[in-house]
Design a protein around this ligand. Sequence first.
Ligand code: NAD
Length: 266
Amino acid sequence: MMKFTVKSRGDDFSNTLQQRVMSYLLDFGLIHDEKDPEMVITIGGDGTLLQAFHDYSDRLEDTAFVGIHTGHLGFYADWVPDEVEKLVIHIAKTPYQIVEYPLLEVVIRHIDQKEPERLLALNECTIKSMEGSLVSSVEIKGDTFEIFRGDGLCISTPSGSTAYNKALGGAILHPSLASIQVAEMASINNRVYRTVGSPLVLPQHHTCLLKPLNEREVQVTIDHYTLEHRRVKSIQCRVAEEKVRFARFRPFPFWKRVKESFIGGS
Ligand code: NAD
């Protein structure tokens, strides 16, 4: 029997729904396993799913995610509370499809630490300076591409391209494209400083290496976490080997989700 867990955002409505989903699935004979679930159902918003992704990022191969949104339509949380009974029957009774999306691998190296830190992002990694402008060299595939000076850089996954990246003028990428996108945050461009000015889309195996130049107190975010502000030597980004797996019980094409989220119904 399948092992599952249900994660709630923590508000009253999401908690009540969590209890309902839990008891329906137990009635169907599924096993509640918080530690090693095969399916993780999140109730809340995209933030709840991002949190669950990080909770189970060490067992992505054996875990499928599905999100119910109790606020507005989410990119990852695309089921509504009224559909809970239908969803539970699907989970318990029908074989489901798995859709895999690419992830971003971030390797942070520190000046005084031997072991690099390796992280995975579902949406993006951002690098900003703790104070003043970020000055960083940007190397692509081993060659210096530019010296960036400005507010910061955002490196996103295709499924994260509709999040922070979009607000920075980045393109929306279909998650079938195993790629990462580098978008600038307010770069300084004049006769002295020059950056490409356009978002860059890098394919699998093309590494983007950032080396902060002015001072090493940078702020690194991974999805909803702010992680690092110590003596950073370099931040290396590329498409991860791992993928995130979503359980699909009905078609909900990516472009339809983009339309419903940003343009609205016809
Ligand atoms: P939050 O509560 O500030 O919510 C951010 C919003 O982003 C929510 O409306 C959420 O539904 C939406 N969102 C998250 N992932 C998305 C995706 N892949 N596509 C489209 N929309 C998405 O923060 P949170 O819920 O903890 O989410 C963290 C995310 O917030 C970060 O990963 C980053 O992408 C995003 N963010 C966006 C901006 C911006 O647009 N200017 C600034 C900071 C962070």
